[in-house]
Design a protein around this ligand. Structure first.
Ligand SMILES: [Zn+2]
Ligand SMILES: [Zn+2]
Length: 418
């Protein structure tokens, strides 16, 4: 017997044990007898994960964590026994460790909590992509208890489509009166979100009520102007997810005005709006629940037969990657292929279909949502993202040098008051 395959089985055993935990957890939210036991876990914590009381915390360890670990042990023992694979027994030992710590905590003999329930500290990071962290799991307790079931590997949530809950979330969409905006708002409303339409459309002159009736599914319509992004900041405080989706396509134009308009609408306005939104993210709940999605389009890497559209969308895409190196919440990109709209006469896919795909992938926590028929985008885009992420992380410094700080603050202050 060689050791290498057994080592792989050891890793597989940990993965399978965790998947078993997630299955038990999912079942605990569906099946009443288990639900009664699992409720102890949900009742045990305040919003900063400090225990509601020592008594309830200990009961939760006994009635939820311990049986969960026993279930994991039983399933792993069954798997190891029936397949006769030695490495899988590690899954039993791994699960037994959780049983041991649950029993010790239930008797007050182990003071420390597990990492995802660390008590009394603010939400420090954004929900992690590869492994479940505290902010990720916080959402299961306090955002939507019918989502975010994963304990260590987010794989189970990706399979179930529960890696992001849209239920009851206020989602503001710019470019709301355009083809994609309307399709997104319709799909969001269907998914249980509360879409807010942000539009610069002149149709606003028909009155706010008329405008909201025009955009099917929107709970509210607000008008704004490019260049006045800060005026939306008060409204953005109440927004959970901001989808920056407005854009302009000057097609073959190349005049200075066309350049300015493309940069201003497709890149700078989106960037300013993103910054205004990011300022509203706090470390009490915002890091966990707030998100920005930006529709940069596949023009970021592929031809859109409109050079200035490509230039401006690429700039926006690059600015997002700069911001992603230290953004206080999740920033997703929506990278769409050609769809039929007023902006794009070359479109081939339907906007409603694309909007449904976007939400399908977002619910699986895909951070770069690519929906296209162009295989080159699927190949080029991830390469560009990885290379640029590494490059930006290497060469972007966290803070301004001290001597520049006061000058920069001065500029910001002037901008705010102008
Ligand atoms: Zn928990
Ligand atoms: Zn639960």
């Amino acid at each position: 017997m060689t050791y290498a395959p057994q080592l792989l089985w050891v890793l597989a055993a940990v993965f399978l044990a965790e998947m078993t935990r997630d299955f038990y957890h999912f079942l605990s939210h569906q099946w009443t007898p288990l639900q009664r036991l699992h409720n102890w876990h949900h009742r045990a914590y305040r919003k900063d994960f400090s225990p509601v009381s020592t008594e309830v915390y200990r009961q939760a360890q006994l009635y939820n964590d311990a049986p969960e670990a026993i279930f994991m042990m039983a399933v792993m023992a069954l798997a190891a026994g029936t397949t006769q694979i030695l490495g899988l027994w590690v899954g039993v030992i791994y699960s037994a460790g959780f049983l041991g710590s649950a029993l010790l905590r239930s008797r007050g003999l182990l003071a420390s909590s597990d990492i995802t329930h660390e008590p009394g500290v603010p939400l420090s990071g954004i929900p992690s992509y590869w492994l479940v962290n505290r902010t990720y799991h916080w959402r299961h307790h306090f955002d939507d208890t019918n989502a975010y079931y994963a304990g260590l590997f987010p794989m189970s949530d990706k399979l179930l489509g529960t890696a992001l809950s849209l239920k009851g979330k206020t989602v503001a969409v710019t470019g709301a009166s355009g083809t994609m905006g309307r399709a997104l708002i319709k799909a969001l409303a269907k998914a249980g979100a509360k879409p807010v339409a942000l539009t610069t459309s002149s149709r606003k002159s028909a009155g706010r009520e008329a405008a909201s009736r025009e955009i099917a599914g929107a709970v509210k319509t607000m008008t704004w102007q490019v260049g006045q992004e800060q005026s939306l900041q008060a409204a953005l405080r109440k927004v959970d997810i901001l989808i920056i989706n407005h854009g302009v396509n000057v097609m073959g134009a190349r005049s200075p005005q066309a350049i300015e308009q493309s940069l201003e609408v497709n890149a700078l306005s989106g960037w300013r709006l993103m910054e205004a939104f990011l300022e509203t993210v706090d470390d009490r709940t915002g890091r966990a629940t707030k998100e920005v999605w930006v529709n940069t389009s596949e023009a970021e890497v592929s031809p859109a037969f409109s050079p200035l559209y490509e230039v401006s969308k690429r700039l926006m895409g690059d600015l997002i990657n700069v911001r992603r190196t230290d953004a206080p919440c999740i920033v997703r990109k929506i990278v769409l292929g050609p769809f039929k709209s007023e902006l794009n006469p070359y479109g081939v896919m339907g906007a409603d279909f694309i909007a449904r795909c976007v939400l399908f992938l977002a619910r699986r926590d895909i951070r770069n949502i690519i929906v296209t028929i162009n295989p080159l985008t699927c190949l080029m885009f991830p390469i560009k993202e990885v290379v640029q992420a590494v490059y930006f992380r290497l060469f972007l410094k966290g803070r301004f040098p001290k001597e520049h700080l006061s000058k920069e603050q001065d500029v910001q202050r002037k901008r705010k008051h102008s």
